[in-house]
Every structure is written in structure tokens, then in C-alpha cells.
Design a protein around this ligand. Structure first.
Ligand SMILES: Cc1cc2nc3c(=O)[nH]c(=O)nc-3n(C[C@H](O)[C@H](O)[C@H](O)COP(=O)(O)O)c2cc1C
Length: 372
């Protein structure tokens, strides 16, 4: 099979966004509202990154995009805790083209969150090309194409990892996106569609030839979904292919800083993306930066967990409004307070209360109960 991407044909479709202001980065006043001052324990990465990634600062520690999780308030916390790189939740190209309010909100970010990529998905080349204009008006540092999502409503339509059944199409669309975009384009994908199909080691060079500037690989196939364990050896094989020159970011199952050090040493990846391991645990970025500097792990106190959870909640309320924020924060509480003895009554109270005032009171009682 010829894996060279087809030369992209034609011009970028014209599209004028009627919604420019919604897509812009936030004003300083808005940033200040969302971002309270750093606590003395949080660290910001000292890496100065050029766009989109500078491999010399390897490994870069990035927050992996997660739909309905890595929104602006959560990304802000991760950045403050030391994440070097952020990517938005994935956004449907089709929704951007029809000017869907929710999708525009997903593109918003603060200046502090740079370098940041806006991630888009879709199966239709025209649709993806058309949305480039609106994405670029939001002025991210790069555009990330999602060729990795395995969920049926995405992959079943040929988007996300669904495209791994048609590698030539994936290469053609990616090359076309690179050609028409004015910003760097990156790709996040999986190892392949299934163990029987063509794997990333077979097509990574062709993917690089499309002109993408970095490649993130989740070490599972589409059919694996989230079962089993991520196969980092295959990520390492891509990285150690002497013909690969773009930064390779490995992803899958990282929950500790020690793993990051180990994967860096063993596979030489230029960066890692941490997803589920950061939910309720934005400190993982601080721990990773400490470990890479050879410093010991720092214990995170219950009081810190309460404080950061409260900040997350308040930032979410400012960004989305009280009702939505209270509802959406419910998926974070279990992770923030994981491992606390007899936590269940507190968790039940947190997920049942409809008001901000009551939620704050429950958080206060957690602090009282576990820190006396
Ligand atoms: C709730 C959830 C939502 C996700 N949404 C996205 C997404 O929008 N874009 C994407 O590229 N990957 C998405 N992923 C995949 C993660 O970015 C990551 O590749 C995967 O969870 C494996 O990494 P981890 O083991 O560190 O979580 C999502 C994963 C989860 C659990």
C-alpha cells in the first residue's frame, strides 16, 4: 500500500465566522477572575517552550485532552501546577461550522495557558478545512487533529480512531489540513485500529511526511477502547525510528511521576500526556516536575485538596454559571478526595446539593473532619 499522502488539491474553502468575539482568548480581567493567586506550593514549569513543543526540554509534561474534563478552569489549575502543555477538549468541526455556542466556549483559554492547542475532530475533509478559519481566529498555538477517539458516536462515523481503518484517507486529510492551516498542526492517535490492522509503526513516517509538527500516541488500539494496559513499547518503537524527527508524546496509564521518569529513560519520548491521572489530581504535574529535577515527592494534604477543589468549583461557576458548574463538578469530587477514610457521606452530599453555598459548606466540613 502506498502510504504517501496524496497531494492536497484545491484551495481552502472560504468561511467567515460570524462569531469572532466568542472565540478570542479571555481578557485580563476575566483571567484574573478565574485565576486566583498561586498557593505557595504550586509550581509553574520553568520551561520556555517554542511552538508547538521544544523537544530539548524533554520530556514535556502535558495534560491530555478529555471531553467534559479539561475545560478552561481545570486546565488553569493544571498549568499552575506545572503542566507544560495544554490541549482543549475535542471539538467537532461540524459544530464549529454551524456556530454552536458550546463548541466556541470550548475554544476559550487564558493567555497563561499557552502553549495551548485546540483539538478538532471530524471525518469530512471539507468540514475540517472549513473550520480552520474559526479555530485560527481563537489564536491557539497549534491545532491538534483527533485521530484517536474510540467512542462509537465519533469513530463510528469515521472520525477519531475510526479513520485508522482507512490510513490513506487519514494521511490525505492530515496533509490537506497542514497545507491550508496557518498554524502548526499536530495529531493525536492510537496504535492502530486493531491488532490485525496497520499499526502506528507502519505509518508514522508517512504521517510525519504530511508536515505535522508533533505526534501524540495513546498506547492502545481502537478496538481495545480503554481495556488492558497501554503498550509503551510501540510508542518507544516510533520514537526510536531514526527517520522520525518530530517530537513524539507518549500517552496511556500514567498515574505517577516515577512512571514519567521511567518512560523517559526507557523510551526517550519527547513528552508525555497525562489524562485520567490528572483528574482530581492536578498535583501530578508538580510531582512530575519535581521528579525530573530529582526532588522527592511532596505529600498533598487534605487541606490542599479542599482548597484546590474549592478554587476549581468557583472558577467553573464563573466560567459556566452556577447551575452547570455544580452539575459538572460532580464528576471531579470522588477523585479529589480519593482514599479518604469513610468519605462516602461527604461524597453523597457533594453530588446531591444543588447550591453553591451548600457545596462550599460541605467542602468546609470535609476540611474540619479530616484536618482536626
Ligand atoms: C473522559 C475522557 C474524555 C476524553 N476525551 C478526549 C478528547 O476529547 N480528545 C482526545 O484526544 N482524547 C480524549 N480522551 C483520551 C485521553 O486524552 C487519553 O488519551 C486516554 O485517557 C489515555 O490516557 P490516560 O491513561 O492518561 O488517561 C478522553 C479520555 C477520557 C477518560
Amino acid at each position: 500500500m502506498n502510504l504517501s499522502p496524496l497531494a492536497p488539491q484545491g484551495r481552502r474553502p472560504q468561511f467567515t465566522s460570524p462569531a469572532l468575539p466568542k472565540a478570542m482568548a479571555l481578557s485580563t480581567a476575566e483571567i484574573n477572575q478565574i485565576s486566583e493567586k498561586l498557593s505557595p506550593h504550586t509550581v509553574s514549569s520553568s520551561h520556555s517552550l517554542s511552538l508547538p513543543f521544544t523537544p530539548s526540554h524533554s520530556p514535556i509534561i502535558g495534560l491530555s485532552p478529555m471531553d467534559d474534563i479539561t475545560d478552561l478552569p481545570f486546565r488553569q489549575l493544571c498549568k499552575e501546577m506545572g503542566a507544560d502543555l495544554l490541549i482543549t477538549e475535542f471539538i467537532a468541526s461540524e459544530a464549529l461550522n454551524r456556530d454552536a455556542e458550546k463548541s466556541f466556549r470550548k475554544m476559550r483559554f487564558t493567555e497563561e495557558q499557552r502553549p495551548i492547542g485546540i483539538q478538532i475532530f471530524g471525518a469530512d475533509e471539507d468540514e475540517l478545512l472549513r473550520c480552520l478559519d474559526v479555530v485560527e481566529q481563537a489564536q491557539p498555538d497549534f491545532i491538534d487533529i483527533n485521530w484517536g477517539c474510540p467512542v462509537r458516536k465519533v469513530a463510528g462515523k469515521g472520525a477519531g480512531s475510526g479513520i485508522l481503518q482507512d490510513i490513506p484517507k487519514m494521511l490525505r486529510i492530515t496533509a490537506s489540513m497542514v497545507k491550508h492551516a496557518h498554524l502548526p498542526v499536530t495529531v493525536k492517535t492510537r496504535l492502530g485500529y486493531s491488532n490485525d490492522s496497520m499499526m502506528i509503526t507502519d505509518f508514522c513516517e508517512a504521517l510525519q511526511d504530511t508536515g505535522i509538527t508533533a505526534l501524540s500516541i495513546h498506547g492502545r488500539t481502537k478496538t481495545q477502547m480503554y481495556s488492558g494496559v497501554a503498550d509503551w513499547t510501540m510508542i518507544g518503537a516510533v520514537k526510536n525510528n531514526p527517520r522520525m524527527t518530530i517530537p513524539i508524546l507518549g500517552n496511556g496509564d500514567i498515574t505517577t511521576a516515577a512512571q514519567v521518569v521511567e518512560y523517559k529513560n526507557r523510551y526517550g519520548v519527547d513528552g508525555v500526556l497525562i489524562g485520567r491521572g490528572a483528574i482530581g489530581n492536578p498535583w501530578i504535574f508538580e510531582q512530575c516536575q519535581r521528579a525530573l529535577r530529582g526532588e522527592p515527592e511532596r505529600e498533598i494534604t487534605v487541606q490542599e485538596r479542599v482548597d484546590v477543589c474549592r478554587r476549581h468549583l468557583l472558577a467553573a461557576v464563573r466560567f459556566k454559571g452556577e447551575r452547570t458548574a455544580i452539575f459538572e463538578m460532580r464528576k471531579h469530587y470522588g477523585a479529589y478526595f480519593k482514599g479518604l477514610y469513610n468519605f462516602k457521606p461527604f461524597r453523597l452530599a457533594l453530588v446531591a446539593t444543588p447550591s453553591l453555598e451548600e457545596t462550599l459548606a460541605v467542602l468546609e466540613s470535609i476540611s474540619d473532619h479530616y484536618t482536626q
